[in-house]
Every structure is written in structure tokens, then in C-alpha cells.
Design a protein around this ligand. Structure first.
Ligand code: FES
Ligand code: FES
Length: 158
């Protein structure tokens, strides 16, 4: 079975997988990570989003053989419960999570947005997240959380 060395969350991680194995399966399987979620498996919902050299990508449709030396960052690489990333803290502060299944994709997509546009408008946040699906319908709070994490938050949010 082919051998790959991933640049994952700041470490070199060796994995074995068939070349067409989706990156999501490798992350959740061999790497034991639980941030990226399996939703549709078709690139349509965003639950599996990770950062690839800073871009938000859907890991369910990305073969592990296509990663090469690109840097992969998952939700776990952003922060942890003891040291949450500002986005993670903002999602907590805004109580933006209901079932939580979509939140990985929302946070990772927002992280890519804030890296490019540290002070996004509400319209820019909505545009960035429009293809991330939330079945619970917490979109309003999710957008507020991203605005809170960025410096473009509305006056009075905190
Ligand atoms: Fe990857 Fe839905 S699980 S986009
Ligand atoms: Fe449940 Fe978004 S919080 S799918």
C-alpha cells in the first residue's frame, strides 16, 4: 500500500493508504482526528472542511495522493479546549452550536476567510459560508460568531 507523509497540524505524519483514499478517511481513520466530519461525502455540505495551505477544501473529495507537501490544518490544529482559537471561542460565546455537525466546516471556512480578510463584513461572511450547510438552522449565530472573531464585528457585540 502506498506510503504518504503528511504535513498535518505542524507535524510530519506517516500514513499508508490507497492513492484514491479521501483525505477525510485518512484524517479520521489513521490519524484518529474527529474534527473533520463525514456529511455527504460528495463535496456538497462542507462538514469535512480542512485547510490546505490556508485554503478551505473539502477533504471528502480530495485523494490523499494529491496532498504532497501541502500543509493540512484541521480543527484540532486551530486550537483546543484549553487554548481555543478566537473563532472557536467566538462560537462558544455566541452559542452558535446546536448539534455541532456542521461546525467544523463553518469554523475552518471562516478561518480561511479571516486569514484573507481579517475584517469581513456580514455580507462577506455570508458569502464565504453560503455553501456550508447547517441542518439545525443556526446560521444567524454562526455569522455573528465569525463577525465577533474578526475585527469586523458589529458594535455592541462585545
Ligand atoms: Fe465533504 Fe459533505 S462530507 S462536503
Ligand atoms: Fe447542527 Fe449546524 S449546528 S448542523
Amino acid at each position: 500500500m502506498p506510503h504518504y507523509e503528511l504535513a498535518l497540524n505542524g507535524e510530519r505524519v506517516a500514513v499508508e493508504a490507497d492513492e484514491d483514499t479521501p483525505l477525510l478517511y485518512v484524517l479520521r481513520g489513521a490519524c484518529g482526528l474527529r474534527g473533520p466530519k463525514f456529511g455527504c461525502g460528495l463535496g456538497q455540505c462542507g462538514a469535512c472542511t480542512v485547510l490546505l495551505d490556508g485554503d478551505a477544501v473539502r477533504s471528502c473529495v480530495l485523494p490523499v495522493s494529491a496532498i504532497g507537501a501541502l500543509k493540512v490544518v484541521t480543527l484540532e490544529g486551530l486550537g483546543n479546549p484549553r487554548q481555543p482559537h478566537p473563532l472557536q471561542q467566538a462560537f462558544i460565546d455566541e452559542q452558535a452550536v446546536q448539534c455541532g455537525y456542521c461546525i467544523n466546516g463553518m469554523v475552518m471556512t471562516a478561518a480561511a476567510l479571516l486569514a484573507r480578510t481579517p475584517r469581513p463584513t456580514e455580507a462577506q461572511v455570508c458569502a464565504a459560508l453560503e455553501n456550508n450547510l447547517c441542518r439545525c438552522g443556526t446560521h444567524t449565530r454562526i455569522v455573528k460568531a465569525v463577525l465577533r472573531a474578526g475585527s469586523g464585528r458589529p458594535a455592541g457585540v462585545r
